[in-house]
Design a protein around this ligand. Structure first.
Ligand SMILES: Cc1cc2nc3c(=O)[nH]c(=O)nc-3n(C[C@H](O)[C@H](O)[C@H](O)COP(=O)(O)OP(=O)(O)OC[C@H]3O[C@@H](n4cnc5c(N)ncnc54)[C@H](O)[C@@H]3O)c2cc1C
Length: 311
């Protein structure tokens, strides 16, 4: 097959994270032909983390990149095709779907969108240095590593409150940094009250992180008061970003229904377009875990298979 040939498959999986690989494994093992377009980050979000300790089957934990490399091998072992390209669009065509990509487009009978989501970060240089070395965007995933430590949560919404309470179970102290005033917080009153009643959790308003400091790992943060301009350095072992996630749905805007936050709307895993299914973080603003993504990847494939059988 030349580089410009159209890839032909029963199922086109868009995205190569836990959801996409899981869907692909179920597909090839069910005797379907499956092509996976990997996009910009083959392996997905877990490529950016170190130890994963909550994926079943690995009692000592497993490094995120290793877990995803093994998953890729599992797809290929059963005959799945992996295409290292970004999909630029999906077009329904003659009862099938054209997968648009620069060099290796495809024609498939059903599509599973598993393009994930990206956490929003502050975007500073010092933050980039300590990501995975004290800075995280997932309290559920990484909170356990901060037993007896000092941590900060950045954010003012319900997720920030929930993260603060999750972290308070492990950490000695939790500071919630709110950029605006107390009155401007987006979190519901009930969530704010719960967090405020927790003796381990303290709030700092009108405050933001100016710089992350440390050697190999994060050791302290420099905080700026937005009103007075005053700076203070605070020893800190961990910082958790809770300033939102952006689902990777630009490519399907106008094709499938998405909600106001950009997440794909699904019934089970079925999107608003028959034959297009969605799995993993791209359709899940609540759980956002590797194991739930792998689970919905499996569900999407089984739904797609059933849809093809009854088409
Ligand atoms: C730092 C960090 C640590 C984490 N730790 C844990 C943990 O310990 N345990 C846990 O359960 N969860 C953890 N998570 C969460 C977990 O990584 C995600 O829930 C999971 O990866 C979501 O899987 P997914 O397959 O839906 O999407 P993703 O992993 O986000 O993968 C999306 C895939 O879609 C591809 N893609 C995007 N756009 C396109 C396009 N246009 N064309 C083709 N492909 C495209 C990407 O390249 C990528 O391959 C962590 C997340 C982060 C950021």
């Amino acid at each position: 097959m030349s580089e410009n040939d159209l890839i032909i498959a029963d199922i086109g999986v868009i995205g190569a994270g836990p959801a996409g690989y899981s869907a692909a494994i179920y597909g090839v093992r069910a005797g379907l032909t499956v092509a996976v377009w990997t996009g910009p980050e083959p392996g997905g979000q877990l490529m950016t983390t170190n130890m994963v300790e909550n994926f079943i089957g690995f009692p000592e934990g497993i490094m995120g990149p290793e877990l995803m490399e093994r998953s890729r091998q599992q797809v290929e072992h059963f005959g799945g095709q992996i295409i290292n390209e970004i999909v630029t669009g999906i077009e329904p065509q003659d009862g099938e779907f054209l997968i648009k990509a620069d060099k290796r487009p495809g024609k498939v009978k059903a599509v599973i969108i598993a393009t994930g989501a990206v956490a929003r970060w502050l975007g500073t240089e010092s933050e980039a240095k300590f990501r995975g070395r004290g800075i995280s965007a997932c309290a559920t995933c990484d909170g356990f590593f901060f037993k007896g430590k000092k941590v900060t949560v950045v954010g003012a919404g319900d997720v920030a409150m929930e993260d603060a309470m999750t972290l308070a179970k492990y950490a000695d102290s939790v500071v919630v940094l709110v950029r605006g005033t107390e009155e401007s917080m987006k979190a519901s009153k009930i969530m704010q009250d719960r967090a405020k009643q927790n003796p381990k959790i303290k709030f700092m308003f009108n405050s933001e992180i100016e710089e992350f400091l440390g050697d190999q790992f994060l050791q302290s943060i420099r905080i700026k008061n937005n009103v007075s301009g005053e700076m203070q350095e605070m020893p800190m072992d961990g910082v958790f970003m809770a300033i939102g996630h952006k689902p990777n749905t630009d490519m399907v805007k106008g094709l499938v229904e998405i909600d106001e936050g950009g997440w794909i709307k699904v019934k089970g895993t079925q999107t608003s377009v028959p034959g297009i299914f969605a799995a993993g973080d791209v359709a899940d603003k609540v759980y956002r875990q590797a194991i739930t993504s792998a689970g919905t990847g499996c569900m999407a494939l089984l739904d797609a298979k059933k849809w093809l059988e009854h088409k």
